[in-house]
Write a protein that binds this ligand. Sequence first.
Ligand SMILES: [Zn+2]
Length: 282
Amino acid sequence: MRLRRIAGLCFAFAALVFADYTPKWNRPIPPYRVISNIYYVGTNYLASFLITTPQGDILINPDYEQSVPLIRSNVEKLGAHFTDIRIILISHAHDDHAAGCALAKKLSGAKLMVMDADVAEVENGGAGDFAYRQHWTPVKVDRVLHDGDTVSLGGIVLTAHLTPGHTKGCTTWTTEVRDSGREYHVVIVGSPNVNPGYKLVNNQEYPEIAADYERTFRVLKSLPCDVFLGAHGAYYNMEDKLKNLKPDGPNPFIDPEGYRAYVDEREQVFRSELARQHHRRH
Ligand SMILES: [Zn+2]
């Protein structure tokens, strides 16, 4: 019985370790302007954003190490320079958003700023994550962020909201931009997702995980949102919205209803998974 349980755990562990989404998620797509001075420079499935300012640029999510050349090429296609990036930020310390931090920092000379509870993973190359055993190039974090901290550059102010659970330092970024004479609240969701294999109940490595997800949904519901973005385009139906992005039409990324519906749906998925895991235990 004990052996079988160990075998089962090993299998679950192997599934977590060996799921490699790199080729599938790392296909190049052309960059485009999302709104105001926010540009999409990511891959088909990994959302990276370049926020340009007169004093240099901010890159959110260098993605996989293999993504960095694609991101750099997208930055150049926009007429910007990778060496103009002054600040690198991440959504959370998983390889698909953070493994490229070392290379992106080396190529740009930018400062890397990471939420406190994700700093250890970034500096250890993914080791120490509660769910995954990842190995990417470790990199020094230049500024440790805390919940509510702001990152400012050239008139842009980004606020780091701790939205933990998916990782301990998972970060939702917000900012305000002006476009065509109007102000918009922008939200870049870190991740509200309970990944396959995540233990919400009796998690020895992350005992407060369920309470952290609760906090995340409270925070996400409290944020004013006009422009709905996230760490993966799939969070906000990027593909469909991109098809509707016309020079003279309404901006499809302005989607406050879509944001609220997404957060509600994700919260329901979390609650039913939590109930299922509680039920299984008793
Ligand atoms: Zn993740």
